[in-house]
Write a protein that binds this ligand. Structure first.
Ligand SMILES: Cc1cc2nc3c(=O)[nH]c(=O)nc-3n(C[C@H](O)[C@H](O)[C@H](O)COP(=O)(O)OP(=O)(O)OC[C@H]3O[C@@H](n4cnc5c(N)ncnc54)[C@H](O)[C@@H]3O)c2cc1C
Length: 516
């Protein structure tokens, strides 16, 4: 396992290929340091005896102890621990832990490459295993780049006016492929080692060139990272006055693949080489979304708890902690956190083993949890803003409170609950401003809604799996239309990878028929 210092050293050795605004910068740019501070937690805690059981695992490939962020889930316990680790670490960084996307994608790749090899005799699973061994041994961090530029949302990849609106293979060579396109909204890329690329939607036979998956280093030739960092105003005051939350940040990246060569051993899917691989593109898109939504069932409860914690604290500092409406509002946030977490846990308990040995969470429960989280996100921020009052958006800078001329008098007017020191009241509102009224706070809100797929995508995934025909039997029985009702419990997980592929094949055929 690597230490944070080794991770940082690895980043600083990478080529300069990041654009922030009009500047081309390297990994030492201070605007991306906040994101590195988040990833730091994932390295540090793997060596901390208090967190070690959650943050490390045993590799199913080498039998060695590895960081859990490089692990392929082998059983129910792995899924449960991944969720608990995510929740626990998110508390410590005030939001998204940012290292899950890459490993969620690799879990998906493990399932889909195995199925593809089994059906078509390809060697992608072996590529995956070799890659994974290296990934675990070097303890790498990765992005998952799934979301394409996508162009006109009503059109499929091959129907777009711009043929590069979705990432595509422009050439298949003996030693590899050349890809061209862009992936947008990608978290953490400037401060991770690798980019795992997977498709973002179902594909049809005409889309074969777009059915591609691979892994490459973040500074590979032809990769251009157009980065939009979100960071906090760093106050020029002594360290003890700076809330921890101001040290963290995020960077979202628009990745351009400018005719990039991908060597054969790093390819996990290539529809151009064999159009029979086309259905596996959608399968992979779905599987990444699935694992990522399960991770959301760990991070989102933590974000809710951070908001509930800040709401409870500010209510106390405002002197309104005992008001009935305050209790009700906070309980609403906590209720969401617990329900979403329960959905994730339950989906682990109802998970199944795929042919590759990778454990796959229950699809309906995972999507129900993730969708509920996404739909509640703005309500939770509304509660925080409601209980904090307007000053979370209007508080002067931290430096002002330490200014010789106006600092002391300003603190006098910050006094609220007489049992709380005004300095702490200022820190509390600065923290709440960071959570709900900052550049990064804005990103977290949108991530809560769209990250892992918009709520509509979760609805589609859920309803694609739910057997409404058998559900209607309950009403038919109650209304006297049907005489007998068999024993119906919850809809059992129909998402064995094989079944999923079968369903996917059927959906593809139906859509093709409809198009004709
Ligand atoms: C902060 C943040 C971090 C992210 N990190 C990552 C990441 O690390 N990796 C990654 O791959 N992605 C990432 N994403 C992308 C995320 O998965 C997408 O934003 C999400 O899937 C929605 O896609 P979109 O943004 O293209 O929106 P759109 O797909 O354009 O959605 C906009 C609206 O259009 C609707 N819509 C779309 N297509 C159709 C259609 N054909 N018919 C009818 N309605 C339609 C949608 O339901 C939605 O209501 C991130 C997003 C955010 C906000």
């Amino acid at each position: 396992m690597r230490s944070y210092e080794e991770y940082e050293k690895g980043l600083y050795a990478m080529k300069k290929n990041i654009w922030i605004g009009n500047e081309k910068v390297g990994r030492n740019d201070p605007r991306i340091k906040g994101g590195m501070m988040i990833i730091k937690e994932t390295y540090d805690k793997a060596f901390d005896p208090e967190f070690e059981d959650l943050c490390t695992a045993t590799s199913h490939i080498t039998g060695k102890k590895i960081n859990r962020f490089t692990h392929i889930h082998q059983n129910v316990d792995d899924l449960l621990k991944k969720q608990r680790m995510t929740r626990t670490l998110c508390h410590r960084v005030g939001g998204c832990i940012q290292r899950c996307m890459g490993i969620d994608a690799l879990n998906a790749v493990s399932v889909v490459t195995y199925e593809c090899d089994l059906a078509l005799g390809t060697i992608y699973y072996q590529n995956f295993l070799n890659y994974m061994k290296m990934f675990q041994e070097k303890d790498l961090a990765a992005s998952c780049a799934s979301t394409d530029a996508k162009g006109d949302r009503s059109k499929r990849p091959s129907q777009q006016e711009n043929p590069d609106a979705y990432l595509r293979i422009v050439e298949t060579r003996e030693d590899g492929i050349i890809v061209r396109g862009a992936k947008q909204c990608i978290t953490n890329t400037p401060y991770v080692d690798e980019i795992i690329v997977v498709p973002c939607r179902m594909m049809f036979p005409d889309d074969a060139d777009y059915c591609v998956s691979f892994a490459i280093p973040g500074d590979w030739d032809g990769i251009k990272l157009l980065t939009r960092p979100a960071y906090h105003h760093s106050p020029k005051v002594p360290k003890e006055f700076i809330p921890k939350i101001l040290e963290i940040g995020d960077a979202e990246t628009f990745i351009i693949f400018d005719d990039v060569f991908i060597p054969n051993e790093r390819i996990f899917l290539n529809g151009q080489a064999d159009p029979r691989q086309v259905p596996y593109a959608g399968f992979l898109a779905l599987m990444f979304a699935h694992y990522h939504r399960h991770s959301y069932c760990g991070c989102k409860p933590a974000i809710s708890e951070i908001l509930a914690s800040a709401s409870a604290l500010v209510a106390e500092y405002n002197g309104i902690a005992d008001a009935k409406h305050v209790q009700e509002k906070i309980s609403h946030i906590l209720g969401t956190a617990e329900l979403v977490y329960a959905a994730g846990e339950s989906s682990a308990y109802h998970s199944e083993k795929s042919s590759s040995g990778t454990q796959v969470p229950d699809e309906i429960l995972t999507n129900a949890g993730r969708r509920h989280a996404g739909e509640q996100i703005y309500d939770e921020y509304k509660i925080l803003a409601d209980l904090a009052g307007g000053i979370m958006a209007t508080l002067p800078f931290m430096e002002t409170f330490l200014n010789e001329e106006v600092g002391e008098i300003a603190l006098k007017y910050m006094q609220r609950n007489p049992r709380v020191k005004p300095e702490n009241i200022v820190k509390c509102f600065k923290g709440i401003e960071a959570l709900g009224c900052s550049d990064l706070g804005g990103v977290t809100q949108i991530a809560g809604l769209h990250g892992g797929g918009s709520p509509q995508m979760e609805t589609i995934a859920m309803m694609g799996r739910y057997d409404l025909k058998s559900l209607k039997n309950i009403a038919k029985y109650l209304f006297g239309i049907k005489k007998n009702l068999g024993r119906i419990e919850r809809q059992e997980n129909p998402v064995t990878p094989r079944k999923l592929l079968e369903n996917y094949g059927k959906a593809l055929t139906t859509q093709q028929k409809r198009q004709k």
